[in-house]
Ligand binder design. Structure first.
Ligand code: SIN
Ligand code: MN
Length: 222
């Protein structure tokens, strides 16, 4: 039996902003469906998927984490804002996938070898979910963030490092797309302004809704 892991990619990157790369259709449908199967297991626990509370309000996005648990605005090994359980370990296949993502978006061999993502925030969006403009800045490392999208397409707004306003670029992220942001854009504000229902391709593993995985290096040690 061959163990299937989603480690091969395709497509050429575009660079919508400095330090970013977008590769449409990077994951095959089989790879997407395999990852959705993993997601279903992650979402069940030991830390069940949940909507984080930000300043007293529940986010419309639901999140399950791997490696380190994210809560506003810190990483912990135990999900102290959910049920106190320890999060699932960060899977080796995802480290390899993250390195492949950097390799295929023009990063140097040194950057690729040094890339050891140790947390993933796995977000689930229903038709009406949104994600406000924010920076990913709870990590101590400035290594790139690798983002994978599966299911319905979304409008992903990618902006500048100064504030939530213009200039920003609205990108359509489709099922299977890879987006990497590092370098000059590592601390850029970004968000999801809308999900586009009925756009998930047959065979991706999701009939509706959207999953996004962002893998990151926290720079933290126990
Ligand atoms: C995030 O900013 O953490 C998620 C982005 C996305 O859903 O594409
Ligand atoms: Mn983010």
């Amino acid at each position: 039996m061959t163990l299937f892991t989603p480690e091969t990619g395709r497509g050429e990157p575009s660079r919508p902003r400095p330090g970013t790369a977008l590769v449409p259709g990077w994951l095959t449908l089989d790879q997407q469906a395999w990852i959705v199967g993993q997601f279903q297991a992650w979402a069940a626990g030991p830390v069940p998927i949940r909507a984080a509370r930000v300043r007293g309000h529940e986010m419309s996005v639901r999140t399950v984490c791997l490696g380190w648990h994210w809560q506003p605005y810190q990483y912990t090994r135990e999900a102290t804002d959910v049920n106190g359980a320890r999060v699932l370990p960060f899977p080796d296949w995802m480290v390899r996938l993250g390195r492949r993502a950097l390799k295929q978006t023009g990063h140097t061999d040194t950057e690729v070898e040094a890339y050891t993502p140790d947390t993933a925030l796995v977000n689930h969006y229903n038709d009406t979910a949104r994600l406000g403009m924010h920076q990913d800045k709870d990590e101590r490392s400035l290594a790139p963030v690798v983002s994978l999208s599966i299911g319905d397409a979304c409008t992903f707004r990618f902006g500048n490092t100064e504030n939530r306003n213009k200039p920003y670029t609205d990108l359509r992220l489709h099922s299977g797309d890879l987006f990497v942001f590092g370098g000059a854009s590592r601390l850029a504000y970004h968000g999801v302004t809308r999900v586009h229902p009925f756009t998930a391709p047959d065979g991706c593993g999701l009939d509706s809704g959207r999953i996004n995985i962002t893998m990151r290096m926290t720079g933290l040690t126990d």
